[in-house]
Design a protein around this ligand. Structure first.
Ligand SMILES: [Zn+2]
Ligand SMILES: [Zn+2]
Ligand SMILES: [Zn+2]
Length: 373
């Protein structure tokens, strides 16, 4: 465990974060002028944090008489942080990253993991970058004949344009060793971040909900079969009666009515078994830590496109870029000749009709040749 790092974290920030958190949990909390935090805690919170019922908390500095000291390492503060995260709020923390391998090997292995689809990659120099990762929790609810809900976490580094689902899971495992950071501010950047990663999250969600949809469609088919059998019987009954009674007109009408009713019931069935999926960003955790990075350039014709390739110290893997075309993570990059946009292999696939490659950032609609007409 690392020592206190009060030089980078202001006690007042932690006090404000903690006061806000405690109030949301039903406590009374007030930051005093001298920085102490005076609170009255509900019993449940006392049990979770091990704090007395009415403590005067002194954060990150020596406590006076009648005060309860609260260091960054304290289990009480950690319990609060974990709870804040679990309750779908905003929080921030800093992580101590393990140091990387040998610089020479690192540079080579990083370059080797990325692919320039229509150019070449050249290393420029290794350095350490401070990553500002946002771990976004997407809370989902699938509502239908069956219900399923849960959370999907995704890690996004907006400055470098990095995206990874496995990284989010990895970082959540590391939270126990995280130090709480300053209370993050609500910002429009957050909405942008959520929008940037949404498509990747939705694709994953579809995969996660596939078994549910599969189960429901099996049930729907079974019900539909029964329904059809029932109406087939009705129809053949009607036909039989027609033969007996020779009341042609009336029976044809009756048959049409049965058909209409059957169509209606089938539509109802489809509606009943449809799955509505709702998602929302339930919490955001800002995590800061250092990572080894390789500044590189992608050379394409006369163009030189600067890139920062990052190896995540926790995941021990390179972090993929977020493709601006489709929102998916990618280690392979295609550079567009018009503006130097970088997109993934799927976005840079040749048009099925004319074979031309279109930059999906320049022309999101599709092939620049085929869509022109
Ligand atoms: Zn793409
Ligand atoms: Zn085309
Ligand atoms: Zn472009």
């Amino acid at each position: 465990m690392s020592g206190p790092r009060s030089s980078t974290i202001a006690p007042v920030d932690v006090s404000t974060f903690l006061a806000g958190f405690l109030r949301r949990e039903g406590a009374l909390a007030e930051v005093l002028e001298d920085g102490a935090l005076e609170c009255v805690l509900p019993r449940e919170l006392c049990a979770a944090t091990g704090l007395p019922e009415a403590p005067r908390l002194r954060l990150l500095s020596p406590a006076g008489a009648q005060e309860t000291p609260l260091a960054l390492e304290s289990s009480a503060l950690r319990a609060c942080l974990e709870r804040a995260l679990a309750r779908g709020q905003r929080a921030s923390a800093v992580l101590e990253a393990p140091s990387g391998g040998k610089p020479g090997a690192l540079s080579e292995s990083l370059i080797a993991r990325f692919t320039a689809l229509n150019g070449s990659l050249r290393p420029r120099g290794l350095r350490s970058v401070r990553l500002a990762i946002q771990v976004l929790e997407f809370r989902y609810q699938a509502v239908g004949e069956e219900r399923q809900e849960g959370s999907l976490f995704v890690a996004h580094e907006p400055t470098l344009g990095l995206l990874s689902l496995p990284l989010a899971d990895e970082l959540l495992q590391r939270l126990l060793s995280a130090e709480p950071g300053a209370a993050p501010l609500e910002s429009p950047a957050l909405a942008l971040s959520a929008a940037a990663v949404e498509r990747h999250v939705e694709r994953h969600l579809r995969a996660r909900l596939a078994p549910l949809c599969q189960r429901l469609s099996v049930r729907m088919l079974r019900d539909a079969e029964r329904l059809c059998e029932y109406y087939d019987t009705l129809l053949s009954e009607a036909t039989r009666r027609r033969r007996v009674a020779q009341g042609l007109e009336a029976s044809a009408e009756k048959a049409a009515a049965i058909q209409r009713q059957r169509e209606e019931k089938l539509r109802e069935l489809a509606f009943r078994y449809a799955v509505e999926v709702r998602t929302e960003v339930a919490s955001v955790l800002d995590l800061g830590y250092s990572a080894p990075a390789l500044d590189a350039v992608l050379l394409r014709k006369q163009r030189t496109i600067p890139l920062t390739l990052v190896r995540d110290p926790f995941l021990r893997e390179p972090l993929p870029f977020l493709c601006r075309g489709c929102g998916e993570p990618t280690l392979a990059l295609h550079a567009c000749d018009e503006a130097g946009h970088l997109t993934c292999a799927a976005c840079a696939a040749p048009c099925a009709a004319c074979g031309r490659v279109t930059c999906r950032t320049c022309v999101p609609a599709g092939c620049k040749v085929c869509t022109r007409t």
